[in-house]
Each structure stands twice: as C-alpha cells, then as structure tokens.
Design a protein around this ligand. Structure first.
Ligand SMILES: *Cc1c(COP(=O)(O)O)cnc(C)c1O
Length: 398
C-alpha cells in the first residue's frame, strides 16, 4: 500500500458478494481470519481456461497451498506446479499423481530431485549446466525445460535476476542436456508476479520461438511451451484483464515456428487472490507526532508481507466494520502490526473513517495470494485462521 493512494476505505476492487462485511458478520468467528470463497476460486479457474483455449493450467501452489484450494482446483481439472518436495508430498497426500506435476524451480536440492523422480515426477526446469549435472545424476533420462530470463520490468515482483538464461545460452544448454542423456523437453519463463503489461508475454513468447527455431535445426522439436505465472489479479491498479492477456498470447502462439504439443501456464496469484478477505481487528489507536496510527492484529509477519516487498507500496482494496457512509469524515492512518517490531508496518496515509477505533475490524480484499503462505507466529501472535465458504462451484460465485 503506498502513501495516500487509497482513495477511501470503500475502494473495493473485485470483492465477492459472499465476503462483504455484512456477509462476514454472520460467520461470527474471532479475528484475525482469512476467509476464502471456493466458488470464486473455481470461477477464476474457469475464466482463465476460457481466456486461454488450448492452454493447460498448472496452479503454482506456493502462493496459497491450502488443501481446500488444492482440492477445489484438482476437482476442476487443474494440475500443479511445485518448487519443492514438500509441496509435491502435499499434493500426493491429496491424491494428485506426481507424474502430472511440473517441478519449475530452476535450482533444486539434489536430494529433492531424486525424491521427486522416485515419486514419479519426470519434468524438471533448469537454467544452468550445474543444474543439468544434478538432474542427469539424480534423475537420469528425465525431461528438462529451460527457463529463459525475460523482461519483467512491468511486473510488481520481478524474478529474472534470480532465475533464467538468455536464448543463446539456452540453446547450448538444451544441446548439453541431450548429450547428458536427458530429454530436451521444453522452454519456460516467468514475466514476474502481478505483471501489468500484456507486452511482456509478447516479448517472452517471441524469445521462446527463437529458441524453438534454433533447436529445430539440430533435430530438437520442443514438446512443451510453459508460459509461467505472473497473470495479474485485480487489486486497485487497473490491471489488464485475463481476456486481454489471452488475446495477446493466442496471437503470439499462432506466430510460433510450430506448436508444441503442450502449452502450459502456471498461474498462482490470478486464481486465488480475489477469492479471499483478511479480517483484522484494531487493537490500538495512537497519535505519534502528528501521525494517526492504527495497531492491527495482522501486520507484515502475520500475513501482510507483500506491502514490504514492493518499493511503491501495495494497494489492497479495503473495507471496515463501520457503516458504509461516503459522507463520513476521513483521516489518513498508518497501519501497523501487533508485534514489538516497527518493520511490520504495512501502509501509510490510508484514508479511513476518522472515528475508527479499538474493536473495529478492517477487511483487506484480494488477500488470497502470498498472505497466509508467508504468515508466522512471530512475537507470539498467531497467524489468521483460515476459513472457507462455498463448495467450489464456479456457477455459484457472486
Ligand atoms: C511463483 C511462481 C509462479 C506463480 O506466479 P504468480 O505470479 O503467482 O502467478 C509460477 N511459476 C513459477 C516457476 C513460480 O516460481
């Protein structure tokens, strides 16, 4: 949340009807909690598939690994993307076949490669000779897909500094993979999380096409193009719609030198962010200098970490338990967490009703992604309780 960008506490973004403050009062559970509407998860999954015909969805479970969400997506036909053996074991415990799962973390612990292969997973991402050596030793004959570094400057959370290689090196690496007895299977990229420009996918798919062209001359036809994640959810910033992104992707896929048998995508945030609302009670209101501070049950360490990760701040849509009165006077507040650290402060200049006080509840919308997954019990404050409503029926989503 950035300084003063929230127009008012009633800026509601994409807020499911089932999770409005009035609807939540009925639930009557102690705060803090994170409530998720499983019908909305199913509806986002359906809308994603409709916007990307011919693209197979592999939910990136790191962004919210709640079993209820994993089960809902599996029931709708989703597969999954994992970054660790722990995630793969969670899926297996829910009845998901590891053979259908993608392991897209480009740098893996050697023992985890062997363990995943032992469970039947056979497709591994990589971006270096070192990783290829690990995979060929621990999972001989496995299928490998190379991670390209792409322009991620239009995303809120860039990733291409930590991972990825350029087309030239990717070409050499795929030939090396073949020499090592591995199956040169595919290419992937990640445009960065919460990517706000459709052009990022255009550039990235073209780079993948260049690699496909070059490898074909060496007798390698790729079986998979994996579009990665980064598909934006709606907060308050005017993000492109999934339909707009789907159109750009379809146009670019049509321009590839050939179409790999599997076009995969690994949406995380897009499928789950809008399905959840975080409820946190105000535990203190104080003046510090001329600044109005609200101390909440939830701060950065208990689920609202993303505001700290973004230099420009992070705008969650917000509501409060106070009556919706557009005429009520407002004040700018600093929002902080319950701990004795100041680094759990999540927002400055958030306009809220001037009367907000101890006992009132603040509701953060679009809070389903990268919230509970990060939460700890730091300083003895428990993370928000996960609660689920709905049955995973996309037609019931409101
Ligand atoms: C985190 C991650 C994703 C999901 O990213 P979102 O921005 O949440 O869509 C997909 N693929 C990989 C390899 C990731 O690390």
């Amino acid at each position: 949340m950035s300084t003063g960008t929230l127009a008012s506490s009633l800026a509601t973004g994409a807020w499911p009807q089932s999770l409005t403050p009035d609807a939540l009062r009925v639930i009557d559970l102690p705060t803090p909690y994170l409530v998720t509407d499983l019908d909305t998860v199913a509806a986002r999954y359906a809308a994603f598939g409709a916007a990307m015909p011919g693209v197979s969805t592999f939910y990136a479970m790191k962004c919210n690994p709640s079993p209820e969400i994993l089960r809902t997506l599996a029931a709708r036909g989703s597969s999954f993307e994992v970054a660790s053996i722990g995630e793969l074991r969670m899926l297996q415990a829910l009845g998901v076949d590891p053979a259908g799962v993608l392991y897209s973390n480009p740098v893996k612990a050697p023992g985890q490669i062997a363990a995943a292969a032992g469970m039947g997973l056979w497709r591994f991402a990589f971006d270096s000779p070192g990783e290829l050596a690990k995979i060929s030793e621990r999972a001989p004959g496995a299928a490998v897909y190379v991670r390209l570094a792409v322009d991620d400057s239009t995303s809120v959370f860039p990733l291409s500094r930590k991972f990825g290689t350029d087309v030239e090196d990717a070409y050499d690496l795929m030939l090396l993979a073949r020499r090592l007895g591995l199956r040169p299977y595919g290419v992937t990229f990640h445009v960065g999380s919460q990517c706000e420009s459709t052009g990022a996918w255009r550039t990235a798919i073209r780079a993948a096409g260049t690699l496909m062209e070059r490898l074909r001359a060496d007798g390698i036809e790729l079986e998979m193009l994996d579009l990665g994640g980064g598909f934006p959810a709606r907060y308050l910033a005017g993000e492109p719609s999934i339909e707009q992104i789907g159109e750009v992707i379809a146009g670019e896929l049509a321009g590839l030198p050939y179409r790999p048998g599997l076009i995969a995508a690994e949406p995380g945030r897009h499928l789950v962010a809008e399905s959840s609302v975080m409820a946190a009670t105000v535990i203190g209101r104080e003046m510090r200098g001329d600044e109005h501070w609200l101390y909440l049950e939830v701060g950065a360490y208990h689920g609202l970490m993303e505001p700290l990760q973004t230099p420009g701040g992070w705008d969650y849509p917000m509501r409060s338990s106070l009556p919706d009165d557009p005429e009520a006077p407002q004040l700018p507040f600093t929002l902080t967490g319950p701990s004795c650290d100041s680094s759990d402060t999540i927002a400055y200049g958030v306009k809220l009703p001037a009367t907000v006080t101890v006992g009132d509840v603040l509701y953060f919308g679009s809070a389903g992604a990268y919230t509970l997954a990060y939460a700890s019990s730091f300083n003895g404050f428990p993370p928000p309780t996960p609660i689920f409503v709905g049955t995973g029926d996309p037609r019931a989503a409101r």
